[in-house]
Design a protein around this ligand. Structure first.
Ligand SMILES: N[C@@H](CCC(=O)N[C@@H](CS)C(=O)NCC(=O)O)C(=O)O
Length: 249
């Protein structure tokens, strides 16, 4: 990824995107792909995962990625705020359905993938689970690991995966390859990006550092068992049509 310095990003006009450097962070990769799909030009800056990132924190108020900023408007860090900004900047390539029922469904699915205690969150709780008897540390502490949510993380992930497969199978029977309605929406981008938390793309598509790859590939067997092939077919189709391959981070 061609990163500008953080100061340059903060002081620039136009659209800026802060990405978690070196990791296929799905929130950031979905935002990046949607920006590129919409033909918006932007400059990117790095968030150092696990680092203090003092300039980023002083500017945006958060120490995580993505952060998306437009001109002198306050920098955004929530997936839904980011999506609505992108829709405003490039309405001609909509990723939020016009139809109210489809829109409600799309935001429901997106929340279940991107929101707190959603699919991505639960995958991370499981990935950073402390050893028995040890207190949460590092990302587990930062992202709110506690025993009750930790115990529910895997069941929440498998329930979501089964629901998503039912949705895609029903869509397929209606003649649609997309999660919602008859055209691509933000939900398709989110699933493509978040699928990497349970079925990481091969190195040539997702060139994550070999030392970090095993952490992403440690998927509990009950999660792997809940991955209907239609989920990965959809991911691969959306990735090939709408994401840059190999992934840049
Ligand atoms: N702010 C996002 C979630 C962002 C998020 O969870 N970012 C993680 C991605 S793994 C991150 O920045 N990790 C690196 C770190 O915390 O240092 C949202 O609520 O929509």
């Amino acid at each position: 990824m061609d990163y500008a310095g953080i100061d340059e990003v903060i002081n620039a006009d136009g659209l800026r995107l802060i990405l978690v450097q070196g990791l296929p962070s799905p929130w950031g990769q979905a935002a990046k792909a949607m920006i590129e799909h919409k033909g918006l030009s932007y400059i990117a800056g790095p968030q150092q995962p696990g680092g203090a990132n003092p300039e980023l924190v002083a500017w945006s108020g958060v120490n995580s990625g993505p952060v998306v900023a437009w001109n002198d408007e306050p920098p955004l860090n929530r997936w839904d705020d980011i999506l609505l900004l992108l829709e405003r900047l490039a309405p001609a390539t909509p990723l939020v359905p016009q139809d109210a029922g489809e829109r409600i469904h799309m935001f429901g699915l997106a929340h279940e993938m991107c929101g707190e205690l959603g699919f991505g969150w639960n995958c991370r709780l499981n990935m950073t689970r402390p050893k028995p008897g040890e207190p949460p540390a590092g990302f587990a502490k930062k992202y709110g690991y506690n025993e009750s949510d930790g115990a529910l993380a895997i069941p929440r992930v498998t329930t979501f995966l089964r629901h998503l497969a039912i949705t895609l199978n029903a869509q397929s029977q209606q003649g649609s390859n997309y999660l919602v309605g008859a055209s691509v929406s933000a939900a398709d981008f989110y699933w493509a990006a978040f699928s990497n938390l349970v079925a990481l793309q091969p190195p040539e598509e997702c060139p994550i550092h070999p030392a970090v790859r095993p952490m992403f590939e440690q998927v509990p067997p009950e999660v792997t068992a809940a991955i209907d092939p239609i989920l990965i077919e959809h991911r691969d189709r959306i990735m090939r049509a709408h994401f840059k391959i190999p992934m840049e981070f």
